[in-house]
Design a protein around this ligand. Structure first.
Ligand code: ATP
Length: 274
């Protein structure tokens, strides 16, 4: 898990072109970002700035990739955290981490001379879950701090801060987060359709030797219901099969086997969890 986190935070530049499928999510996100940087017009018309964008959808569909691409697109610094990092035994620690996150975004933008900063919070439901009536929770303060930080974002500030959060359980979020002026843009990031799956497979095949005539359309068809993360695994497993067979290229057979392997792997993981 640690390895995955490091990878996700990696500073590697990532553009929208490197994200497969997700055409409507990419389009909506780009529109929101184009709007966000038109600062002069926004203030001239007295329009409320976009502060937060919520990405909703199942795990492994590219939400983190979209947030990174958003930073690249707006030439912003990218600062990321996961909701679970803010859950602490001691009251106030989570809140001060939120403060630090915003501080880090501002400091880094100043240091790198950037006008924009994207703050990405994955698993937002962990800190932004519904507050049940009157029930004290140790991380209420964390959520309150996040709301305070959001209310303190002004479009005329430098850096301009854009908060992007991701969740696969939007229904769990506290309504305070969804109010206008907070996360008021919601973008759905669904499992890819066949065309999207094909695109994602192509992207992950780019650095791999595929045998001529391999039919990726067929693989896209066979991998119905797979997420982008699972498709990445399929390509990786197929390459491992090819290596094991001591051949130079990945064949159709390796890819089909890899699909089964990824499906099986998910099952064993689930059984282990039960
Ligand atoms: P989670 O909800 O589990 O955090 P996520 O939606 O943020 O998942 P990512 O972390 O963006 O998913 O994706 C994980 C990995 O899966 C990526 O690093 C990439 O290799 C692959 N992947 C996922 N979606 C896509 C996509 N649309 N195009 C290309 N690769 C993808």
């Amino acid at each position: 898990a640690g390895e995955r986190k490091r990878k996700k935070r990696g500073l590697a530049k990532l553009t929208f072109e490197q994200i497969g499928g997700q055409e409507s999510a990419k389009q909506e996100l780009r529109e929101a970002l184009d709007f966000m940087v038109r600062q002069d017009e926004i203030s001239k018309f007295g329009i409320r700035p976009i502060k937060g964008i919520l990405l909703t959808g199942p795990p492994g569909t590219g939400k983190t990739l979209l947030a990174k691409a958003a930073a690249q697109y707006t030439n912003a610094v990218f600062v990321a955290a996961s909701g679970s990092e803010f859950v602490e035994m001691y009251v106030g620690v989570g809140a001060s981490r939120i403060r630090d996150l915003f501080k880090e975004a501002r400091t880094r933008a100043a240091k790198e001379n950037k006008e924009n900063a994207v703050i990405f919070i994955d698993e937002i439901e962990v800190i932004g879950g519904k507050r049940e009536g009157g029930q004290q929770r140790e991380y209420d303060q964390t959520l309150n701090q996040l709301l305070t930080e959001m209310d303190g974002i002004y479009s005329s500030d430098t850096p301009r801060i854009l908060l992007i959060a991701a969740t696969n359980r939007k229904e769990m979020l506290d309504s305070a987060l969804l109010r206008p002026g907070r996360f008021d843009r919601h973008i759905q990031v669904d499992l890819p359709d066949k065309k999207g799956r094909r695109h994602i497979l192509e992207l992950h095949a780019a650095n791999k030797p595929l045998q001529e005539g391999v039919n990726l359309d067929k693989i896209a068809e066979e991998s119905y219901g797979f997420s982008g993360a699972q498709l990445e695994s399929v390509m990786n497993e197929a390459a491992i099969y090819a290596m094991r067979d001591e051949v130079d290229q990945i064949t159709q057979g390796h890819l089909s086997m890899a699909i089964d392997k990824v499906l099986m792997g998910e099952k064993t993981d689930r059984q282990a969890a039960e």
